[in-house]
Design a binder for this molecule. Structure first.
Ligand SMILES: Nc1ncnc2c1ncn2[C@@H]1O[C@H](COP(=O)(O)OP(=O)(O)O)[C@@H](O)[C@H]1O
Ligand SMILES: [Mg+2]
Length: 483
């Protein structure tokens, strides 16, 4: 591709093209930089080092990405900065596909990009693309030149100089943002052993599903059987889309303060993460049909994975940011995803109601526990650790409409689960809980203690009391229905 290269000068006006391509639509430094990290990973790099700093002589920052991948030979290097120059054009095995990522992403942030590559312990070779030089009419081809001996067997270093799209004053903020974004985008690779550093310190994997996030001894959990959808690829074959859901532990995390919730990514973190070839390319409210996003939806997460052979179905564009699902994809996924979303939303709502309910019954439970010291020890059903007073808990559950409540005795806690489907729930507990605090609180406590006492007696009795409790519950239900 020498000086006489046909077409290039005829087809595009280089000096204008180079300015226009700077607006190629990279939404952020993170998404532009991801193009370089993609290339490093595709070159088989096990370590990628990013540095972001401002040279003393310049008002604009510089960014460098160094990897220990396969590097490039002279021919590949001379192609690498050409628009459409790719060693894998049109392939669908991994990230790269269009041969645009390196030059377009680079110029979207910087006025000058330098690519240095080396292989087989050979010398380092360099190519440069400089916006100002081209704008001034320098259309000399991208010739590689030797720049010195290599220190490692193979690798590549891309340097963005004069990053005039980045405000240097916000460098600290930018570094934190990059850390978070890249940790999320490359979480799969980081979990698989990739070393990715920014200014010398490792970027940690950040999983929006929060399955490995420990806080207060709890993590999120997979909430549903993973779903799979078989879809048509452009070449007439088919490929699979995989969907996973996770639920955050409302009972354990609801009491965390807002700052912690924000830091962990609980608040405002709800949404769908879209992974292409294992790398996140979009995060937002996708493929949820008519379901709108609510605050409760922060408490469950969804991850959708696909391979590049399904790019057309997901509407992947050159700069690989966001998705635009095809009608076929939407028809295949949306109805089911929407109903799972509604289900998970209602589970979260229920969990918050439980939490509220338990908080309201806490006072009675403490009184019952204080009284427990003076009561004869329960004989039946005490598990391990059955010493000392019983702890009490009142929660809600769904049982057959005849049953007033169920009890369970686990690790010295007597859990009384009130049946929300028994008529007593609507005609007795709900009105009690709705009463304003004050005198009504005493009434509520008295009723709750009545229940706790009864539940304790039933749980502790050696006689088969189950039929009596059941009959009492169903008789009470019958009577309430007549009232
Ligand atoms: N870090 C790297 N290591 C080795 N080769 C690279 C690296 N970055 C880019 N390349 C080469 O440059 C070419 C152009 O990259 P790019 O413009 O991102 O297009 P694509 O990734 O779609 O092929 C790649 O096809 C690859 O041959
Ligand atoms: Mg690429």
């Amino acid at each position: 591709m020498g000086r006489q290269s046909p077409g290039v000068d005829d087809l595009v006006v280089a000096s204008n093209f180079i300015r226009a391509v700077r607006e190629s639509g990279y939404l952020s430094l993170s998404t532009a930089l991801a193009e370089l990290v993609d290339n490093s990973l595709q070159a088989g790099a096990a370590a990628v080092e990013i540095s972001l700093h401002r040279p003393e002589s310049s008002p604009f920052p510089e960014i460098e990405v160094l990897d220990n991948g396969s590097g490039m030979n002279r021919r590949e290097l001379e192609q690498s900065l050409r628009f459409g120059g790719s060693s894998r054009f049109g392939q669908r095995e991994s990230f790269g596909r269009f041969g645009m990522g390196l030059p377009a992403a680079s110029l979207s942030q910087a006025r000058r990009v330098e690519v240095v590559a080396w292989q087989h312990d050979g010398p380092k070779m360099e190519v440069v693309l400089d916006v100002d030089a081209i704008a001034e009419g320098d259309v000399s081809p991208l010739r590689a030149r030797r720049v010195g001996p290599s220190e490692t067997p193979s690798g590549c270093r891309v340097t963005w100089r004069v990053c005039d799209r980045i405000e240097y004053r916000r460098l600290g903020w930018l570094e934190r943002t990059l850390r978070r974004d890249l940790g999320r985008m490359y979480r799969r690779f980081l979990a698989g052993g990739l070393t990715l550093t920014l200014n010398g310190s490792a970027i940690e994997a950040d999983d929006p599903l929060m399955l490995t996030t420990r806080a207060d001894g709890a993590s999120a959990e997979i909430a549903f059987e993973p779903l799979e959808y078989e879809l048509q690829t452009v070449d007439g074959g088919s490929a699979c889309v995989r969907v996973r859901f996770a639920s955050l532990p409302v009972h354990r995390w609801h009491h965390l303060d807002n700052l912690t919730k924000r830091r962990l990514g609980v608040v405002g973190g709800g949404g769908v993460s879209i992974l292409r070839a294992g790398r996140e390319i979009a995060y937002g409210w996708y493929l949820m049909g008519g379901k709108r996003r609510e605050n409760y939806d922060d408490w469950w997460r969804c991850e959708i994975e696909f391979e590049p052979s399904l790019d057309e179905q997901f509407g992947i564009t050159i700069n690989k940011q966001g998705i635009r699902p095809s009608a076929e994809l939407r028809e295949a996924l949306e109805p089911e995803l929407e109903s799972v979303a509604r289900l998970l939303n209602s589970r979260v709502r229920k969990a918050f109601e439980d939490v509220k309910f338990q908080a309201a019954t806490e006072a009675s439970c403490r009184i019952a526990e204080a009284a427990d010291r003076d009561l004869p020890i329960l004989r039946r059903g005490r598990g391990r650790g059955g010493h000392g007073p019983l702890a009490y808990r009142i929660s809600t559950t769904h049982l057959s409409p005849d049953a007033l409540f169920a009890t369970s005795l686990k690790s010295n806690t007597l859990d009384v689960q009130l049946n929300v489907d028994h008529p007593a729930f609507a005609s007795l507990y709900e009105p009690l809980q709705a009463l304003p605090d004050g005198s009504a609180a005493e009434l509520r406590t008295a009723v709750e203690l009545l229940l706790l006492a009864f539940a304790r007696s039933a749980a502790g009795s050696t006689d088969p009391t189950a039929p009596l409790v059941a009959e009492w519950g169903s008789t009470y239900a019958r009577m309430l229905q007549k009232s």
